[in-house]
Ligand binder design. Structure first.
Ligand SMILES: *Cc1c(COP(=O)(O)O)cnc(C)c1O
Length: 393
């Protein structure tokens, strides 16, 4: 349990960070007199990503989850369609497609990285396969991404990037979120750039642009009407309320403006963890996640892998007793109470292994030098303790 009340020296897993002008921009949004969605700040945020990443269209959403749900609607996923999804991910990656009646075919992780192992995809295809959802864990693409795009083209499959964690990351000089037909970013409180809850649908295949705007605006042509492109504002398709209010967009705009500073700070903290913990990894006591050559990381996650589950749980307890909140995630979706009975019984050993052994250390903009030292010393202390099972050999 997290101690209550929080001790003064408590180091949380995440602390929201104000870069500066967030509250001023919210004040400006109020002064502009339009608080509903698709106003000035929403437009600024969307144009920022469209120009920075060179994508056909970007739409702000209420969450990364909402962006994935829009993707499933846009692709017209029907009951019985099969969608390939990694098991080691957040529920929304699969849920967005389950809501449309899709059957989820879960794929295992890479042996050396939590990302989906793309070498299996060809063996999972059936005539009902419609789409593959890629999760860029910790802002890193899967090995073999470009080969998968070729395979998808041969088989007429849609590729959706769950780029919830991947803002500002690149592969071969190209931003993640620009490889699939559609992509979803998240601006949840724990992500690099945040508006509390928020997300963005990125449309790389411009055939989806016009319909995306309609789904986003509750099935109406409201956006086109306000641009003077439609004579009447009316109900033209299915849809929902996927757009956030201007208050959220104003907050997000402040974070977008500071995106380079945010990334620099995370990089600095990330590299300090890596430098301090590489010697421990060299002893074999822990493993660190490898970097894909050609990939530009975004420093979203600092994770280490313990040798087994008991040791991982003991490390988390050791940290918590010293008032540091580190966390593990994800429980494999193919074993979840909701989906286990519908999974086809294939074993996914790597996904299960990350669920048992992965630890994420606190990594956020305002983590101080002194706090980070304490996290590092506490992890090292665990392995130097006189408990022989944990001692680094
Ligand atoms: C955070 C996250 C989501 C969900 O994003 P929300 O904005 O919280 O809805 C989906 N997938 C992955 C991989 C995530 O990390």
């Amino acid at each position: 349990m997290i101690p209550h009340p929080l001790p003064p020296d408590f180091i949380p897993f995440n602390r929201p960070h104000l870069v500066g002008p967030e509250l001023e921009y919210i004040r400006q949004a109020v002064a502009l007199g339009k608080l509903s969605g698709n106003g000035e700040f929403t437009q600024r945020c969307q144009q920022f990503i469209e120009q920075r990443y060179g994508v056909a269209k970007a739409l702000l959403t209420t969450s990364g989850t909402a962006a994935l749900e829009m993707a499933a609607l846009l692709l017209d996923i029907q009951p019985g369609d099969e969608v390939i999804v990694p098991s080691y991910t957040f529920t929304s990656t699969a849920n967005a497609f389950v809501l449309r009646g899709a059957r989820i075919v879960f794929a295992d992780s890479q042996p050396d990285h939590p990302n989906m192992d793309l070498r299996q995809i060809a063996t999972l295809l059936t005539p009902r396969t419609r789409a593959v959802v890629l999760v860029h864990y910790g802002g890193q693409p899967s090995e073999g991404l470009l080969k998968l795009l070729d395979l998808a083209q041969q088989h007429g499959l849609w590729i959706i990037e769950d780029a919830a964690q991947a803002i500002e990351a690149q592969y071969q000089g190209r931003p993640l979120g620009t490889f699939g037909h559609l992509a979803a970013f998240s601006f949840h409180e724990t992500k690099n750039v945040s508006s509390g809850e928020g997300g963005m649908l990125v449309i790389n295949d411009s055939r989806f642009s016009a319909r995306a705007e309609i789904l986003w605006e509750k099935g109406t042509n409201r956006a086109a009407f306000y641009r003077g492109e439609a004579a009447r504002y009316e109900w033209v398709d299915v849809g929902s309320s996927f757009l956030p209010s201007e208050l959220n967009a104003a907050y997000l705009w402040a974070q977008f403006e500071a995106i380079e500073t945010i990334q620099l700070r995370r990089r600095y903290l990330w590299e300090r963890y890596a430098m301090a913990l590489e010697p421990l990894a060299a002893t074999g006591a822990i493993r660190l996640l490898p970097h894909l050559p050609d990939a530009q990381p975004n420093w979203h996650v600092f994770a280490l892998l313990c040798r087994n589950e008991v040791e991982r749980d003991d490390l988390l307890t050791h940290l918590r007793r010293r008032h540091i909140l580190a966390v593990f995630h994800y429980l494999p979706l193919h074993q979840s109470p909701f989906y286990a009975a519908q999974h086809d019984e294939r074993l996914l050993p790597h996904a299960e292994c990350y669920a048992r052994t992965l630890v994420r250390l606190p990594l956020f903009h305002d983590l101080t030098f002194i706090e980070q030292e304490r996290v590092i010393e506490t992890v090292l202390g665990f392995y130097q303790s006189d408990m022989p099972t944990y001692r680094a050999s």
